[in-house]
Ligand binder design. Structure first.
Ligand SMILES: Nc1ncnc2c1ncn2[C@@H]1O[C@H](COP(=O)(O)OP(=O)(O)OP(=O)(O)O)[C@@H](O)[C@H]1O
Ligand SMILES: [Mg+2]
Length: 348
């Protein structure tokens, strides 16, 4: 049976020329229909570049003809109505829009889950706020939004007279989260277009006000949320979080490659869970140590600093008071503050 889903799935084999992403996840496929072996597909490009359209059309036709049960294929590739002949070829990022009032947007990412991205994001947001910046924190983790808990924010956004969402704030940081938009512990099945739409709303429908910096906590990996974010707003930089052993396994490279592919400058690498100091003062390098710094050197990106394992960091996260707020003078708080200072210098 030929279904729309089959056809869309098949079209995922067609990459956007020059990119590793496919045309379906770029959102180019607008209509799909199949009847008695005849398949018709309508696509809309954002570029007026004829060669790109031609390549996508012929590659899509080839893929669709190869599907069992298909006898006829019609692929219509539309381009913007009045392409100027002199226009430079546009990228899929052509729809990006700068957000008025937000000076810089920086994403915190990793190749893999559980390395402490959210912990680092929350502490850096509060740390930069303490250094005098106006900071917002956007939690784009669709699968496990943990920022509201870590920041101790329990209320939801209110709605302004202009019908925009007003982000709640705590510790001087404004906050928006996927967690505010879904009910309690309900699992959410997010499809690509929903993710894109929600992320767009985080910018178009939220009253962020004046911000020096918006930090974005991303879910692990390099999926739809990452892509949607990069397509929605121009990012001023990316921070990669890793644990020492993961760095040596090369998971970091995926995160770095993702930012590089979309021309986002990599501000640097943070090594989290670097080591643990026992109450007796003995230093234990649970996940090894120094992998982050070594990988940063190999990848020629800045090393922003290391954060040891501290019980206080985990407790602070669970309590909703990041350690930079509760104990800025203690070693754990200091570790984050040092990284915040380096980051501020880089963004100045
Ligand atoms: N340096 C640290 N010392 C002690 N505990 C830490 C440290 N960093 C993170 N943790 C704890 O490890 C757990 C995972 O951290 P966190 O949620 O920040 O990771 P994540 O990378 O955001 O995970 P996910 O990929 O699920 O989004 C949390 O309970 C957090 O409190
Ligand atoms: Mg997280």
């Amino acid at each position: 049976m030929l279904t729309e889903d089959n056809i869309k799935n098949a079209l995922k084999a067609v990459k956007y020329p020059g990119y590793s992403r496919d045309i379906v996840s770029f959102g180019l496929v607008k209509q799909v229909a199949a009847k008695d072996g005849a398949v018709s597909v309508v696509m809309q490009l954002t570029t007026g570049h004829a060669e790109v359209a031609k390549q996508i059309k012929s590659e899509s036709e080839r893929v669709l003809r190869a599907l069992p049960g298909v006898s006829r294929v019609q692929v219509e590739v539309n381009q913007p109505s009045a392409p100027s002949p002199a226009a430079a070829p546009q990228s899929p990022w052509a729809q990006q829009q700068k957000v008025p009032g937000i000076r810089r947007i920086v994403a915190v990412a990793s190749g893999k889950g559980g390395v402490g991205k959210s912990t680092v994001s929350a502490n850096l947001a509060c740390g930069l706020q303490q250094l005098g910046a106006k900071v917002g924190l956007l939690d784009c983790d669709i699968y496990g939004p943990s920022i509201p808990l870590m920041m101790g924010v329990h209320e939801r956004p209110t709605i302004s007279a202009e019908e925009k969402m007003v982000p709640p704030s705590n510790h001087g940081v404004k906050l928006m989260s996927m967690g505010f938009l879904v009910e309690g512990d309900q699992p959410v099945i997010w499809r690509g277009p929903m993710i894109m739409k929600t992320i767009q709303q985080f910018f178009s429908a939220v009253e962020w006000g004046d911000l020096d910096l918006l930090l974005v906590d991303l879910p692990p990996g390099t999926g739809d949320a990452q892509l949607s974010l990069c397509q929605t707003v121009p990012l001023d930089g990316g921070v990669i979080v890793t644990t020492p052993q993961e760095a040596s396994l090369g998971v970091v490279r995926k995160g770095i490659a993702m930012f590089r592919k979309v021309n986002v400058p990599i501000l640097g690498l943070v090594e989290n869970m670097s080591y643990f100091t026992t109450p007796a003062g003995e230093r234990v390098e649970i996940f090894g140590h120094g992998g982050g710094q070594a990988e940063a050197a190999r990848q020629e990106v800045a090393f922003l600093g290391e954060v040891p394992l501290f019980t206080e960091i985990r407790e602070g996260g669970d309590r909703g008071v990041p350690v930079v707020v509760s104990a800025p003078d203690q070693p754990a708080g200091q570790a984050f503050l040092k990284i915040a200072e380096t980051l501020r210098r880089q963004l100045a």
